[in-house]
Design a protein around this ligand. Structure first.
Ligand code: GRF
Length: 206
């Protein structure tokens, strides 16, 4: 399965996918391109180091949002992507791309959706809110992307303990290491192997 990976920052989730393709866990997956909305981010370096075509498609480069949205959709389609993976992607995914890839866009969110998700809940903000609420577990979620933010059908979730002495940074790191970097490649594997169906907004795994 050909996948396009959309990134915005450090690319540690991208790296997890690259590593699983390299070690054969994702044997039938090919990363046909990495697209960042930000130039100069380390995710682009990770792509280059892995010999993967990398592109910057930034809203700032277009006269208006509609032009950016079209350019992003056309870039993904030009790569022949069959699945789009949002790996630390912070740009709003255009509806025209969601329409072109129904239940074929995956996102990793660093919390147990519906907790700590939706507008404003990204990056460290997610973990700051979890610690402020005093939850005893948090975790990560992989879901299909629909037109509602962080609200598409849930494919995989993994819980991670919250420790008394956690800071947002230590919690983020543990969730990335113990959950995100495992869940996203596993979700891609399940989809690539045709083991996932979405029926009435619920995900069924064979
Ligand atoms: C991390 O906060 C991760 O939880 C979220 O996006 C941020 C950066 O991820 N998915 P990455 O290192 O760029 O993959």
């Amino acid at each position: 399965m050909k996948i396009a990976v959309l990134v915005s920052g450090g690319g540690t989730n991208l790296q997890a996918i690259i590593d699983r393709v390299a070690d054969g866990t994702l044997a039938n997956v090919e990363i046909v391109g990495v697209i960042s909305n930000n130039p100069g981010v380390y995710a682009l370096t990770r792509a280059a180091n892995a010999g993967i075509p990398a592109f910057v498609v930034s809203p700032k480069s277009f006269p208006d949002r509609a032009a950016f949205n079209l350019a992003l959709k056309e870039k993904v389609e030009s790569l022949g992507a069959e699945l789009v993976v949002l790996a630390g992607c912070l740009v709003k995914i255009p509806e025209i791309l969601i329409d072109a890839y129904p239940n074929r866009i995956l996102n990793i969110h660093p919390a147990l959706i519906p907790a700590f998700s939706g507008a404003g809940f990204y990056g460290l903000h997610v973990h700051e809110a979890a610690l402020a609420r005093g939850v005893k577990i948090s975790g990560a979620t992989v879901h299909f992307v629909n037109k509602d933010l962080d609200a598409g059908p849930i494919l995989l979730q993994k819980a991670v303990e919250v420790r008394e002495d956690d800071t947002p940074e230590t919690l983020q790191r543990r969730i990335m290491e113990e959950a995100e970097w495992k869940l996203l490649p596993e979700a891609i594997r399940l989809v690539a192997e045709g083991k996932v169906q979405v029926v009435d907004g619920k995900v069924h795994i064979d």
